[in-house]
Design a binder for this molecule. Structure first.
Ligand SMILES: [Zn+2]
Length: 241
C-alpha cells in the first residue's frame, strides 16, 4: 500500500476517485452479467483463471503519461505500445505541443486518449478564474486543432483541482491511484519492481513520457502484467461518467 500513500493527493480526492470508480464498476458489472454467464461456465469448467476478476471481466488498469509530448520519448513509447496493442492516456502540456504536432496526431490516430495537463504546468488553485480557464482552454484547443476531437479529461498538475472552476467547457478531473515517482527515480528496474508488486485491478498509474527509463519500464510493466492477465485501457474506461 505504500505507493498509494505517496500519491501526494489529499485523502478526500482519493476517496472521490474510489467512489467514482466504485460506481462505475457496479454499473459495468451489471451490464456485463447477462452476457457473461456462458463464458463464466466455460471458465468454471476450465478451472480458476487468474486473468479474470471477480466479475468475470479481464482485470483492467490504465497507464497515464503526463507532461508530454516529448520529441524523443513519446514516439519510442508509442512504438512499444503499438507492438503490444496497448492503449494508454496522455495528458499533454500545451506548451510542449508546438513543434510536436505530428506526435500529437499519432497519439490520437493510434487510439490513445488525449487529455489536458494545463498549458504551463500550473497549480490551478493558485490562479484567478480567467487565468485558470486560459490554461485549460488554450491547451484543449491546441489538441483539438490537431486531432479534431474534443478534450474532456484534465489531469491537474500536483493533483490540485478547483471543483468550482467553471470555464466554457466541463472538464473531468482524473487523478491517480499509483504514483510511480518516475521523475525522481529514473531507474527502470525499480519502477518495474514497484509497479508490478503494488498494482491492483482498476489502478490508474501515473508516469511521465519524458524519460528513457520510464519508457523502458512502462513496456516491461506491460509485458509482465499482460502475462498476469491484465488488460490496459484508457482512463475513460475506468472512470465512467
Ligand atoms: Zn505534470
Amino acid at each position: 500500500m505504500e505507493n498509494r500513500n505517496r500519491t501526494g493527493i489529499p485523502g478526500w480526492k482519493r476517496g472521490l476517485l474510489t467512489a467514482v470508480v466504485g460506481i462505475g464498476m457496479v454499473l459495468a458489472a451489471g451490464a456485463y452479467r447477462e452476457q457473461s454467464t456462458e463464458q463464466e461456465q466455460a471458465e468454471t469448467l476450465a478451472g480458476y483463471d487468474a486473468a479474470e476478476s471477480v466479475s468475470g471481466e479481464k482485470k483492467k488498469i490504465a497507464l497515464t503519461f503526463d507532461d508530454g509530448p516529448h520529441p524523443v520519448y513519446t514516439e519510442q513509447l508509442l512504438d512499444g505500445l503499438s507492438e503490444r496493442n496497448v492503449k494508454a492516456t496522455f495528458f499533454l502540456l500545451g506548451c510542449n505541443i508546438e513543434g510536436n504536432e505530428e506526435i500529437v496526431r499519432r497519439i490520437a490516430e493510434e487510439g490513445h486518449l488525449l487529455g489536458n495537463h494545463t498549458f504551463y504546468h500550473v497549480d490551478i488553485t493558485k490562479l484567478s478564474r480567467e487565468e485558470a480557464c486560459a490554461e485549460i482552454l488554450d491547451t484543449s484547443s491546441k489538441i483539438t486543432e490537431i486531432t479534431d476531437q474534443p478534450v474532456e479529461y484534465v489531469r491537474p498538475p500536483f493533483g490540485n483541482w478547483n471543483q468550482d472552476l467553471e470555464c466554457e467547457v466541463m472538464m473531468i478531473p482524473v487523478f491517480w491511484t499509483v504514483d510511480t515517482l518516475d521523475w525522481s527515480t529514473r531507474n527502470a528496474d525499480r519502477l518495474v519492481e514497484e509497479v508490478v508488486s503494488e498494482v491492483e485491478e482498476n489502478d490508474i498509474i501515473l508516469m511521465h513520457d519524458s524519460y528513457d527509463s520510464t519508457v523502458r519500464a512502462a513496456l516491461r510493466i506491460i509485458d509482465l502484467l499482460q502475462a498476469q492477465g491484465y488488460e490496459f485501457v484508457t482512463v475513460d474506461e475506468l472512470i465512467l461518467e
